[in-house]
Write a protein that binds this ligand. Structure first.
Ligand code: FES
Ligand code: FES
Length: 174
């Protein structure tokens, strides 16, 4: 493991949403702050800053993590994905999860949404056909003060069903 001196400024290189990026970070800087303040991706929100609310969730090497519990230097050389990388922002296209959230009004102020989307995206890769109880369990790692969660659960279950139907059609056409 690499050892750094306290308050040392270090160069952090990572792949952010598919693009190689580099910036300097103090050794104590959190990944959430590094993303927002040094790399300018502000879709990742910071709520509690101690791992409880889930607002800061991003994916590091494909795994959903709380970016307020990681130091920026720990992401050195990693693949980091944030909500900005979902869908195709250049084309203005939303991912299926984002579109379902929009359809179901699964957000109000939106503060929690980026983190929830990143967790859902990771979770559905691991568990492609969850039932309602499993979706609720997964969402229990996130605090939303606005929606009451019902619409979020509906949005996720719709994506599960749509992907399942799409897969069935693909299999039939093979
Ligand atoms: S800001 Fe990271 S979990 Fe709340
Ligand atoms: S939409 Fe406001 S906190 Fe979740």
């Amino acid at each position: 493991m690499k050892h750094y001196k306290e308050s040392q400024l270090v160069s952090v290189e990572l792949t952010l949403n598919g693009v190689d990026r580099q910036a300097y970070s103090e050794t104590r800087t959190l990944l959430s702050d590094f993303l927002r303040h040094e790399l300018g991706v502000t879709g990742t929100h910071v709520g509690c800053e101690h791992g409880v609310c889930g607002a800061c969730t991003v994916q590091v090497d494909g795994v959903a993590v709380r970016s307020c519990l990681l130091l920026a230097v720990q992401a050195q050389g990693c693949k980091v994905d944030t909500v900005e990388g979902m869908g195709d922002s250049a084309e203005g296209c939303l991912s299926d999860l984002q579109a379902a959230f929009q359809r179901h009004h699964a957000l109000q102020c939106g503060y929690c949404t980026a983190g929830i989307l990143m967790s859902c995206d990771h979770y559905l890769r691991q568990v492609p056909h969850p039932n309602e109880r499993q979706v609720k369990e997964m969402l229990s790692g996130h605090l939303c003060r606005c929606t009451g969660y019902r619409n979020i659960v509906d949005a996720v279950l719709e994506v599960v069903a749509t992907r399942q139907n799409g897969k069935r059609m693909e299999d039939k056409n093979v």
